[in-house]
Every structure is written in structure tokens, then in C-alpha cells.
Design a protein around this ligand. Structure first.
Ligand code: URA
Length: 437
């Protein structure tokens, strides 16, 4: 088999055989096929797409390119969730402990920030002492003793995605339904959970720009999971504005803490509650979503969700005093308030621009080697649908950098204020599961 023939076949719109897909995945992981040939194939896939059969085979070969976790020794249904990436998306930090406090086992492999989107591991690392590089043994042990672990993908899990993702990031080949579906699902399947809830984002701050394309992606991923006997469902959520009010690592951890105590922003709280209700039904802990929702509300109200978060942080070596006293998190030396230039209603807060601005303030990496400033970011005071008076606070930017004036202009531009009334948008736009059509 020759890689060049596989590339030209896909370039001309052909369907790759199982053997050809396996040849590419194994050859790339083993270092036998060079980056330039794989880049070329990836671009051909971006333009020509893949059939469902090809996507299933690609996912399967990627999943089995390394170790596969076996969680069967842990009693009960294991649940996992995955977001396709957004701005201010700290959902795992609050949702995971809520669901675990209700008795579900939450086995969560997370990633780092990518481009304008944040990553759960970076957020967690704003807590001094925390270890997110658990070995498989440590991960399993924590699931048994605490019921929840959030850690990075171990080196031996899905090496194909590690290499492919890094290559896609620098070759303009991230935004492709077959490539995103296989990337997400190979990781979810390899990490061994029985139930998977996908949070598929759409809008300017997401990889899928339209609701239709997000729905297509969600359906394909659900089909892959369900065909392999994993209860896989998806919620479609908007990334037209950031999720919650906080964007930036320690700012988001503090918001997750507030949400676990029942004092979080409305949209973020809604997403955690609705997702949690579904996950409890998937885990057979609640008989339906309604009962699941009541259970989630209860563990927030009685403090057990917050206690579960502390237990997890402690088990992973984090300094729990920061969780108990969030004012201990360092604050950036520059705290700049951005105020409304005119009165009206907030129509849009361009998530992409807020995400990129937060990154430029220090909250994300512009290059692979950049060190994140955990205290940097943006705290929104207004959300889409809110009424604002002239001069009212829209948001506050936090940074330790001194050359922030250009970033401030972009943050200001991200807020679109109009004269007429604007309705508050829903958090969850669609719910896709096996029975859904
Ligand atoms: N998240 C992933 O894990 N993979 C993608 O390709 C896109 C988002």
C-alpha cells in the first residue's frame, strides 16, 4: 500500500477501505508516514468528507492505537462528558462533582486549552499542588475511593489522536465533522465509560459555526457510541456568547465553586443541572431526567456537591484551602473596567473575540510553549438579553501584562448593544439521544 495512492483516492472523492484507514493510523503513530503526507490526507478529508463507515473505522483504529481503559472492576455505570470546546466552559468542574455526589462514577479525561478555547486541565492547575497527570492505576483508585477523577489523557491512551490533533491544529484541519467525531469518540471510547454525554457547541466561539453542522456532528458521534453499546447522548448548546460570566483559569474555578454552592450564573447553572439530570438517567441512578434534576438540586442545596469537589481536589494533591477561601487565588495587578458607551440591550457578546482577548491578556497560549497566567481573564457583568445604561459596567479585564490597550478595544467591540428589546437565549437548544429523531 502506498500513502500517495490513499491521498489521491480521497482527493478524488473516493471511499477509503478499512485496510487503508488502518495503514494510515498505524503508519502515522509508528512514525513511518511523514507529517506532510498525513496533512495532505487530512485536507482532502476536510474537502471531500467521509462516509459513516469510514468514520466508524477511523474512530475504532484511533481508539485501539494505544491502551484502552477497562473500568469494569468499578461497580456501577461509569459516566463521562465531553464538550467540543468553548469560551468560559468550566462545566466539568461543577457538573462532575454534582453527578458524583449523587452516586455516579465520573471518569473524566480532559484536555488543555486550544486556540481561543480554554481547557479543563489548565483551569484545574490554577489550584496550587494539583496533579492532573494521574497514572491509570491512580485514576482507577480515585474512582473507587472518591467516585470522580479529572485528569489528562495518559501517554498511552489514543496516541493517534495526540499526533493527529497537534497536526490538525497547525494545518487548518480542525473544522471537519469526520475528524472531530473520530477525535472525540476515540478518546471517549478508550477511556472506558459506559455512558457518554456530549456537549456539542455551535456559534462563533465554537468549531461548528452553525446549529445544523453541530447537529450533524452530534448525530454522528451518538451513532458511533450507541453502535458500540455505550449510551451516548448529546446536548447542543450555543457558543454565541461565553458560558457563564468568567473567562480565564482561576476566575472560572471560582465560578465553578460558586455554582457548586448554588450561587452560579443562570446559564451555566442551567447547563450543569440539565446535563446532570441526563447523566443520572444514563447511569440508571435516576429513573428519568425529572428525578435526576431533583437529585442534582438536592446535592447542591445540602452542600454535598461542593464537598465532593473538595474531596476530588484533595485526592489529586490540590490545596483545599483555596477552594474553601477562593479569595486566596492571586488577582492580576491590572483590573480594568469596561463600561457601556451607550444605553440599550446586549444583543451579542462575540465569544470568539472574548476568548481570543482573554488569551492575549495571558489566560491562554498563543504558542505551544507559552506559560499561562492563571489570574488573567475577563469577568462579564452583562449577558445577552440584559438591559444596560450608558456608563454601566459591561465587564472587567484582568491581566499582569502592561500592553493591554489594543485588547481592551477588541473586548469593547465584542459587546453589541442595540436599542430594541433582546430576549435571553436558551442554554440547551437540542437534546439528541438514541430515541431522538
Ligand atoms: N475536541 C476534540 O477532542 N477533538 C476535536 O477534533 C475537536 C474538539
Amino acid at each position: 500500500m502506498r500513502m500517495v495512492d490513499i491521498i489521491t483516492k480521497k482527493r478524488d472523492g473516493g471511499k477509503l477501505s478499512d485496510e487503508e484507514i488502518e495503514f494510515v493510523v498505524n503508519g502515522y503513530v509508528d512514525g513511518k508516514i511523514p507529517d506532510y503526507q498525513v496533512s495532505s490526507l487530512l485536507m482532502a478529508i476536510v474537502f471531500k468528507g467521509m462516509s459513516n463507515d469510514e468514520i466508524v473505522t477511523l474512530t475504532d483504529r484511533m481508539e485501539h492505537s494505544g491502551d484502552v481503559m477497562d473500568l469494569s472492576s468499578i461497580p456501577g455505570f461509569k459516566v463521562d462528558k465531553h464538550s467540543t470546546g468553548g469560551v468560559g466552559d468550566k462545566t466539568s468542574l461543577a457538573l462532575g462533582p454534582m453527578v458524583a455526589a449523587c452516586g455516579a462514577v465520573v471518569a473524566k479525561m480532559s484536555g488543555r486549552g486550544l486556540g481561543h478555547t480554554g481547557g479543563t486541565l489548565d483551569k484545574l492547575e490554577s489550584i496550587p499542588g494539583i496533579n492532573v497527570s494521574l497514572t491509570q492505576e491512580q485514576f482507577m483508585e480515585q474512582l473507587k475511593t472518591v467516585g470522580i477523577a479529572i485528569a489528562g489523557q495518559t501517554g498511552k491512551l489514543v496516541p493517534a489522536d495526540k499526533k493527529l490533533y497537534a497536526l490538525r491544529d497547525v494545518t487548518g484541519t480542525v473544522e471537519s465533522i469526520p475528524l472531530i467525531a473520530s477525535s472525540v469518540m476515540s478518546k471517549k471510547l478508550a477511556s472506558g465509560s459506559d455512558c457518554i454525554l456530549l456537549d456539542v457547541k455551535f456559534g462563533n466561539g465554537a468549531f461548528m459555526k452553525t446549529r445544523e453542522s453541530a447537529k450533524e456532528l452530534a448525530k454522528i458521534m451518538c451513532d458511533i457510541g450507541n453502535s458500540l453499546n455505550r449510551d451516548t447522548r448529546a446536548v447542543l448548546t450555543s457558543m454565541e456568547q461565553p458560558l457563564g460570566n468568567a473567562v480565564g483559569n482561576s476566575l472560572e474555578v471560582k465560578e465553578a465553586i460558586n455554582t457548586l454552592k448554588g450561587k452560579g450564573p443562570k446559564d451555566f447553572t442551567n447547563l450543569c443541572y440539565q446535563s446532570g439530570a441526563i447523566m443520572l438517567e444514563q447511569a440508571h441512578i435516576a429513573k428519568d431526567e425529572k428525578e435526576g434534576l431533583e437529585m442534582i438540586k438536592k446535592v447542591v442545596a445540602d452542600g454535598s456537591a461542593f464537598e465532593k469537589f473538595k474531596e476530588m481536589i484533595k485526592a489529586q494533591g490540590g490545596d483545599v484551602s483555596y477552594i474553601e477561601n477562593p479569595e486566596k487565588f492571586p488577582i492580576s495587578k491590572n483590573k480594568i473596567e469596561i463600561k457601556a458607551a451607550k444605553p440599550g440591550y446586549v444583543k451579542q457578546i462575540v465569544a470568539l473575540q472574548i476568548g481570543e482577548s482573554a488569551m492575549r491578556l495571558g489566560a491562554g497560549r498563543e504558542t505551544f510553549d507559552d506559560v499561562i497566567d492563571m489570574s488573567a481573564g475577563i469577568l462579564l457583568n452583562k449577558k445577552v438579553g440584559d438591559k444596560v445604561a450608558k456608563g454601566e459596567l459591561l465587564c472587567t479585564a484582568f491581566t499582569n501584562k502592561d500592553d493591554y490597550s489594543e485588547v481592551l478595544k477588541d473586548i469593547e467591540k465584542a459587546f453589541v448593544i442595540v436599542d430594541g428589546f433582546v430576549e435571553t437565549p436558551p442554554t440547551v437548544h437540542d437534546y439528541i439521544f438514541s430515541k431522538w429523531e
